[in-house]
Structure formats: C-alpha cells, structure tokens
Design a binder for this molecule. Structure first.
Ligand SMILES: [Fe+2]
Length: 372
C-alpha cells in the first residue's frame, strides 16, 4: 500500500507543473503532464485519450508515461482502440464529465483491456476528463500495479492540472480560430482590392497587363529579399493598386501619343498622391498607402511627388518602383514601342544604386535572365 502524500510535496509539484505549462504547446503539455505526474505521484503508467474531431470518438494518443518496459508493452497493445461516448473507461469518463476512481480495474465489465491488465497485474485505475469549457476534449488515465488509495490532495492536484490543460485547449482553439479568421479576411481583402483594380483597368487597356506584370515581379522580388508574409501580402495589394490614382487624370493625356507638356506631365505625376488619397479610405495597411504614394520616388531625389531620397523611401516602394519601371519598359505605350530586354537591363544597370536600389536591381536582373 502506498502512503498518503504530504502537503509540502504537493504544493511544490503544483507550482512546478503550472510553471512548465505556462508557455508550452498543447502537445508538449500532455507530454509534461504524463511524465511529471506519472513519476512524481508514482503511477506505473499514464496515457491520454484524445477526442477525434470528425469521428467523435476517443483515440489513444502516442504520448504516454511508463515506469518500465512491461508498461510500455501495455501501451503498444492498445494503440488501435477507439471508444465512442459511453463506451469503455474513456467513453464512460467522457459521459460522466468527472473523474472516476477504480480500486481494481480488473473487476470492471466495460474495461476492454482486461486480459493485458491481468497479465501485468494492474489494479488501481484513475480516469480524469480534460474539459474545454464544458466539453470533454481528452481523458487522462493513470494505472498502478500496487493498490493505490484515493488521496484527497492527489485528486485536488490532478483536478487542478486538468483545469489548466482545459484552459490550454481553449487557448489553442481560440488561437486557431484567430488564425483562420486572419487568413479568410486576408483572402477577402485581396479579392476586394483585385476587384477594385479590375474595375479601374477597364478604363485603360494598358493597365491590365501592367498590373499583372508589376505584381508578379514585385512578389518574386519580395521573396528574394526574404520579406515576411505580411509584407509580401501588402506588396501584392500595393502592386495591384499602385496606379489607381490615374483615375483622376484625363484619359486623353494618358493615351496621348505625343510628348506631354509640362502642365500635362504635372497632371500625370499627380496620380501618385491621388492614388494614396484613394487608398487612404480603403481598409489596408499604412505600408500599402506608402507604396502607392512613393512608387515614383527615386533614391537620388529625382522622383515624385515628394522628391524623397534613399532611406526616406520605404523598401516596398523601392521594390515596386523597379517592378513598375521594368514592366513599363517591356510594354508598348501610345508614344513608343516596347524596349528590348537588353535595353531594359542596360537602363537598370545604368541607374543601379543611383535611382534604383542596387540589391533589388541585382535580383531583377537575375529574374529577367531566367525568364528570357
Ligand atoms: Fe505610377
């Protein structure tokens, strides 16, 4: 017969476990709980049954604690079991929604692994539900060869651990929901901006292919610069919307085959600020607005609308600037034919580090070499 535990040990153990469970993932938490509780409370074997989200059954997790080799065998022999609600010890615990203590598990009719338990000589079993809100999400099962007596302190500790595990499950479920929500809102916002960009493109036939090429090139460059997923998403939106301000520039100026007057060119240049004002009202990040505003700025201050220089220009804007210039040079325009690829490369090389970011130009030349 195992002696009752003392209060001091239990308080220390509670603190140790709670501290360990503070920053872990759900899977690690199960592993910590099985190992720490099994060892400290001197159970011979601890296992965990998890609720299958689709089949609505409890299946045995690969995580377990075994005091010795024989107990590990007990785990291997139960790998294929699955219990429905109210079925077997795990299912009964699920149904009861509270812990169940069995002085001798071998006498329990619904204990299916009786043969193995008898072979090993298991007696005491304690079954503990892990609840997230009021739903049983998992069942912890403790087994012992020697008869163990029910100990109030031990049960308090186990229930405390179960409550903490339940809170971790709720936390991970909430985190998963937030991740899904973020993902779906990201897709929804991308689709909205894509629609806006398409509507805008009906006005100017040059815009469709230009938007697509700038977006494709900008995303590839962003990946080469190892920007974060968030930044790449912003760059994608900004690439689609970068010229949206042209909606405020008369079509006869945009499609004019001859050289523009200074006044006309000033009107064309205003598209950067008009675009930033339009984007200001859309639900997108500050960086998207910045990229729309700055996509014609140049490192040497020769760009527009604010003649910003060097690091004053956001890296995403520097990237879209290069993608925009490359795309524009490769396309036919009302006032000139498309440039040859060699001419595009020469132009980029000539102004690398002067107008355009040297690293971005380097990556762009690599991409151009690959596709042609
Ligand atoms: Fe532009």
């Amino acid at each position: 017969m195992i002696k009752n535990y003392d209060l001091k040990l239990f308080i220390k153990l509670s603190f140790d476990i709670m501290e360990k469970l503070m920053t872990t993932t759900l899977e690690d938490s199960y592993s910590i709980v099985c190992n720490v509780l099994g060892e400290a409370l001197e159970w011979d074997y601890v296992e965990i049954w998890l609720r299958h989200p689709q089949r609505q059954t409890l299946y045995k997790s690969s995580i377990f604690y075994a005091a010795n080799e024989i107990m590990s065998q007990f785990s291997n022999n139960s790998e294929d079991f699955e219990f429905a609600y109210g079925e077997g010890v795990p299912g009964k615990t699920w149904e009861a929604k509270k812990s169940i203590w069995y002085d001798d598990i071998r006498n329990i009719d619904y204990f299916i692994r009786k043969t193995d338990a008898e072979k090993i000589g298991l007696t005491t079993c304690f079954s503990l539900p892990i609840k997230a809100y009021d739903h049983v999400d998992a069942v912890l099962m403790f087994f012992n060869k020697e008869v163990k007596v029910e100990d109030e302190l031990m049960l308090d500790l186990l229930n405390l651990v179960a409550a903490r595990l339940g809170a971790i499950i709720v936390k991970s479920q909430i985190e998963e929901e937030i991740r899904d929500l973020k993902e779906s809102s990201k897709t929804a916002s991308s689709n909205t901006f894509l629609t806006i960009a398409r509507v805008f493109s009906f006005r100017d036939p040059y815009t469709v292919s230009h938007q697509n090429l700038v977006t494709k090139l900008a995303i590839e460059l962003a990946r080469k610069l190892h920007l974060s997923d968030e930044e790449i998403h912003d760059i994608q939106i900004a690439s689609m919307l970068h010229d949206i301000g042209k909606i405020g520039v008369p079509m006869e100026i945009l499609s004019k085959p001859n050289k523009l007057s200074v006044e006309e060119f000033d009107l064309v240049k205003s598209h950067a600020r008009i675009g930033a004002n339009i984007v200001e009202d859309l639900p997108c990040s500050r960086n998207v607005k910045l990229m729309v505003l700055e996509h014609h700025e140049r490192l040497d201050g020769s760009g527009y609308p604010d003649k910003k220089k060097g690091d004053q220009i956001y890296i995403g804007s520097q990237l879209i600037a290069v993608a925009d210039v490359v795309s524009a040079m490769l396309e036919n325009r009302p006032y000139r034919s498309a440039l040859k690829l060699s001419e595009v490369k020469d132009e980029l090389t000539k102004y690398s580090g002067i107008k355009y970011n040297q690293v971005i130009v380097g990556h762009t030349l690599e991409i151009l070499d690959q596709i042609h």
